[in-house]
Design a protein around this ligand. Sequence first.
Ligand code: FES
Length: 161
Amino acid sequence: MSTSVHESPRFQKPKERRDFLGLASLYSAAIALAVAALGAIRLPMPSVFPESNSRVKLGPLPPFFAAGVTPVPEHRLWIFADDEGLYAMSAVCTHLGCVVTRLDNEGFHCPCHGSRFDAKGRVVEGPAPRPLAYLDLSISPDGQLVVDKQKEVGPEVRLKV
Ligand code: FES
């Protein structure tokens, strides 16, 4: 009683379920690789451009002139009005980025490491290396005040209306 090699269970065709699972895992791996490759290709192309987030509308102009000094804590800045127009000053400390507090007309103080700035934002006491930033202001087509939080301007620049 001899059995041929082809009749041995080791050389029989695998069961269909095994075929299906093997192919499924192969296709899953291929799809995962393809998605990962697409993600790697897209990585250097940001879907949000930084400049689109830096410009924000703050509201109609008259209240800013009436107030004289308007804190805008949600955007970490102040809007000031003087005889020449409006200007925006950042509330972000130039040392390590803490939010400075305003001491009425005396200037600004950073609670983190003690930097002090005068009323124009110039450094009076370190460790802050630079003055507070003045930010670009403009008027939107619908008449609202717009600040660009990433565009610095000189301290003499005013938005004249
Ligand atoms: S973060 Fe303002 S002094 Fe350090």
